[in-house]
Design a binder for this molecule. Structure first.
Ligand code: B1M
Length: 221
């Protein structure tokens, strides 16, 4: 298992999407994230192992970016490699109950284009038995409000990955709570904390998709 974690982490960190991908030149001709994930699934490796590899790879490239050893293009290619893995595990994450427990509106807040974490949360919440309405990235408050009006009784989740978009999360959460005091608002994303979540008036902060599902299940129980 550990081998798959390491191999996937390397492909994600280096941005090796598939065998035919020319990048990075030093891995030319080697299997990429796509082939390794396919082989792992074929061998019955649990999807969590592949996700662990993805997170390790993303942490590595994120650290290199912070240290100015990697550029934005490296982040883009790493994201493509992680998406190549997610493609293989998506059916597992979504194989939950068919009968829907409720609706969950989700989006990445205004000014923020990061969607890998949000997509993962969407997949796992879908697998947890909820219908997910995904508003995408860079979602203005008005778009959240319009979706909530269209789906009465839903839950809503906001994701943010940048410290500079946290104030936009705050604005959206406050506007949502003002217009719909009864709608439960869930927030998440790397820079978000319990303290921040409480301060902006969200109902729940989840550091990962699993706790988000647990929270939603608790609401419909
Ligand atoms: Co950017 N980026 N990025 N980036 N990027 C970070 C976030 C950064 C930490 C990198 C770094 O400096 N080390 C840094 C933010 C620093 C800060 O604000 N503190 C950063 C920066 C600075 C930027 C740009 C400004 C770079 C630039 O242009 N100079 C720029 C901003 C663009 C914009 O949004 N306006 C930018 C751009 C990009 C790309 C587009 C190139 C690409 C994103 C591609 C995409 O998403 N389609 C990208 C990437 C890939 C990253 C890193 C490397 C990886 C993010 C990721 O996908 N992680 C990231 C560094 C890092 O995280 N190590 C970085 C994997 C994902 C599964 O984890 O999203 O955390 P995550 O989601 C987790 C949890 O947070 C949680 O569950 C998920 C699964 O566990 N979660 C929720 C997330 N949302 C949730 C919602 C919930 C519940 C849980 O409920 C609703």
């Amino acid at each position: 298992m550990q081998d798959y974690v390491g191999q996937i982490a390397l492909c994600v960190a280096r941005g090796k999407v598939s065998k035919s991908a020319p990048f990075p030149p030093e891995m030319k001709g080697q299997d990429g994230a796509d082939e390794i994930a396919a082989a792992a699934i074929e061998k019955g490796v649990p999807p969590d192992v592949l996700l662990e590899g993805c997170m390790k790879g993303m942490d590595r490239i994120g650290k290199e970016f912070s240290e100015k050893k990697a550029a934005v293009t490296n982040l883009v290619i790493s994201a493509a490699a992680m998406n190549a893995v997610l493609k293989h595990i998506k059916p597992f994450l979504q194989s939950g109950e068919v009968k829907r427990k409720g609706k969950f509106v989700i989006g990445t807040v205004s000014g923020d284009l990061h969607d890998i974490g949000k997509n993962l949360v969407s997949m796992i919440i879908t697998g947890g038995g909820f219908e997910v309405i995904d508003l995408g990235v860079d979602v203005p408050t008005s778009k959240f409000l319009a979706a909530l009006a269209e789906h009465p009784g839903c839950f809503v989740g906001l994701s943010a990955l940048l410290t500079i978009t946290m104030p936009n999360m705050e604005k959206s959460v406050k506007a949502i709570k003002e217009a719909h005091p009864d709608i439960k608002v869930l927030v998440g994303g790397a820079p978000i904390t319990h303290e921040f979540s409480r301060r902006i008036g969200a109902d729940f902060y989840s550091p990962n998709p699993h706790e988000a599902v647990e929270f939603l299940n608790g609401q419909v129980a």
